[in-house]
Design a protein around this ligand. Structure first.
Ligand SMILES: Nc1ncnc2c1ncn2[C@@H]1O[C@H](COP(=O)(O)OP(=O)(O)OP(=O)(O)O)[C@@H](O)[C@H]1O
Length: 287
């Protein structure tokens, strides 16, 4: 693949205007001959919160995994900062300035909350947390800076009181906040979120929405999510998939008004509640 362009992570996040664009064009994926995605295109513009929705089995996670380098497409191009990424691997993401959270939380059970978040910051340390894991010598300064970054991220997520706790002892919504802190601590230019609201109560979901909106001043966000109210409230643009194909794309209002979208949801019994939400919510945008 092309050499990753240098990432601007050394700048303070508050002063950074997002400039990086992710373009996925003509993406196709087949699993054992079964088409999971057919010729799907999606661009996340700098500073945009881009929602990816669709009924069960539509191909959302597959496309998300293509963006993460977890699934290799059989066709199409991925371009990041105007350079094509060939053979993208998950291990390259942080160097490219891309962070992700996956479904579930994926925290390390044997590490404290603070240590878990420090893992996400490792590329900001010269020797870094990886060295610490391998018990290699690292400078006190590096270690201190990583710790400070991680603490700051926990404060942003309102999880600083749990820094010394182990993830298994914490309620699920707190674990999700810690996972998000871990993704944010590296100051990414693009944040990939796979169902961040699953398992959250209404008020927690509202807070998550506020946070996602506030992130767009310093990064772009690709959001895969089933909760329509959240998607409609926080996204600038939405791409809708159904049976591996893109059936609509536009602003929340445009997507909601598109009969193809409602039809796709209504045709899927399992997501009846999503369809009901889709038709009743105005996402708070027209309030
Ligand atoms: N590893 C895999 N092997 C075989 N088929 C797969 C695999 N992953 C996904 N699929 C199939 O690809 C299609 C798209 O699945 P995907 O999980 O991307 O959809 P989704 O929109 O994320 O669904 P959900 O909302 O239920 O998570 C489905 O038909 C699914 O069964």
């Amino acid at each position: 693949m092309a050499q990753p362009p240098p990432h601007s992570g050394s700048q303070p996040s508050q002063d950074r205007t997002p400039t990086a664009r992710l373009e996925m064009s003509g993406i196709s994926v087949a699993f054992g001959g079964v088409a999971a995605l057919t010729d799907v295109s999606l661009t996340v513009e700098p500073g945009q919160v881009h929602g990816l929705i669709g009924p069960n089995g539509a191909g959302k996670t597959t496309l998300f995994n293509v963006a993460c380098g977890l699934v290799r497409p059989s066709g199409g191009r991925i371009t990041w900062r105007d350079q094509e990424l060939r053979r993208l691997k998950p291990s390259q993401l942080s160097g490219l300035g891309i962070s992700r959270t996956l479904q579930g939380v994926g925290l390390f059970a044997g590490m404290t909350v603070l240590e878990n978040v420090m893992v996400g910051a490792h590329r900001h340390g010269r020797a870094g947390f990886l060295s610490a894991l391998l018990a290699l010598p690292t400078s006190d300064k590096d270690e201190r800076q990583l710790r400070e970054r991680a603490q700051k991220a926990l404060v942003e997520l309102g999880a600083e009181d749990y820094a010394g706790r182990y993830p298994g002892s914490l309620p699920y919504p707190v674990q999700k906040r810690v996972a998000l802190a871990r993704a944010l601590v590296s100051d990414p230019d693009l944040l990939l979120l796979d169902e961040p609201a699953s398992g959250l109560a209404e008020d927690e979901m509202h807070e998550l929405g506020e946070l996602i909106r506030s992130l767009s001043s310093r990064m772009s966000v690709l959001l895969v999510e089933h909760h329509m109210d959240l998607v409609m409230r926080v996204c600038d643009r939405i791409t809708v998939l159904d049976s591996g194909e893109q059936i609509a794309a536009g602003t929340p209002a445009e997507v909601q008004a598109d009969p193809k979208v409602t039809e796709a949801y209504l045709g899927d019994e399992v997501v009846e509640t999503d369809a009901a939400e889709l038709t009743r919510t105005d996402g708070g945008r027209n309030a």
